[in-house]
Design a protein around this ligand. Structure first.
Ligand code: NAD
Length: 260
């Protein structure tokens, strides 16, 4: 088991990619906090993962944009398990509009969930990682950390911003054994993407089939979606990597859509 008894916090892990990462970590023996907006969804996911073992999970309610909620959630994990070895800052949403029509409130909400969330969870976990002599912080970026697409000004801006945060955390954390990385998936068929297909079709005046085949998968080598398991494998690699050799790096996981 690659993460036996490691204490991990995965935000946005009641659904989609975060849930798959939490499941992978529990399967590798970790103790995982499922941190998501609604306590019942977090607890239901935690119960399912614990039943499978061999690790365990527990659910907490955490809105990553709320500093008090983040601090309370991290404190609850430390109180229960005594440390934080791995933070996966994964919670995210998508809102698409042409830039000139992007409501300012939506812009601020996007940046808050993706960037404030990454900042606040990092800020809350780093002191514990320093005290215990190390840890791994993994941000969920996107191909859109490196590439742009129409209608996604807020998302692309936020996902690019995570690269900067990860690099600073890598430099500040290096002397303390704290590593930081960004995972950059291509399109993964989760509720976040399912919601976008009709929205993009409407905004771009094309069919939903064209959105999938041209906009989402047109650039891949195999016209296949990236899977939640593809992403979870990379999250396992970064969580378990023992040295600073990869710190500060992002890794694109996109079936060849974007090649660095
Ligand atoms: P998803 O909608 O399946 O899951 C997102 C989870 O985040 C949900 O459980 C939701 O409740 C939670 N969440 C939303 N706002 C939150 C908040 N303020 N505080 C705490 N939790 C919150 O989406 P997903 O596709 O699994 O996305 C997960 C991450 O992966 C996001 O950061 C997303 O940008 C990124 N990503 C997704 C894709 C994709 O194609 N699906 C590609 C690249 C990157």
């Amino acid at each position: 088991m690659k993460l036996k008894d490691k204490v991990c916090i995965v935000t946005g892990s009641a659904s989609g990619i975060g849930r798959a990462i939490a499941a992978k970590y529990v399967a590798e023996g970790a103790r995982v906090a499922i941190a998501d907006l609604k306590l019942d969804a977090s607890e239901a996911t935690a119960a399912e993962l614990t039943a499978k073992g061999p690790g365990e999970a527990f659910g907490i309610a955490m809105d990553v944009t709320n500093e008090a909620a983040v601090n309370e959630g991290v404190a609850a994990v430390v109180s229960r398990w005594g440390r934080v070895d791995v933070l996966v800052s994964n919670a995210g949403i998508q809102i698409v509009h042409p830039v000139e029509e992007f409501p300012f409130e939506d812009w601020k909400r996007m940046l808050s969930i993706h960037l404030d969330g990454a900042f606040l969870t990092t800020k809350a976990c780093v002191p514990h990682m320093k005290t215990q002599g190390g840890g791994a912080i993994i941000y969920m970026g996107s191909v859109h950390s490196h590439e742009a697409s129409p209608l996604k000004s807020a998302y692309v801006t936020a996902k690019h911003g995570l690269l900067g945060l990860a690099r600073v955390v890598a430099k500040e954390g290096g002397p303390h054994g704290i590593r930081s990385n960004v995972i950059c998936p291509g399109f993964v068929r989760t509720p976040l993407v399912d919601k976008q297909i009709p929205e993009q079709a409407k905004a771009l005046g094309i069919s939903e089939d064209e959105v999938v085949k041209k906009m989402m998968l047109g650039g891949t080598v195999d016209t296949e979606f990236t899977t939640i398991d593809d992403v979870a494998e990379v999250a396992l690699l970064f969580a378990g990597f023992e040295t600073n050799a990869l710190t500060g790096q992002s890794l694109v996981v996109s079936h060849g859509w974007y090649m660095q």
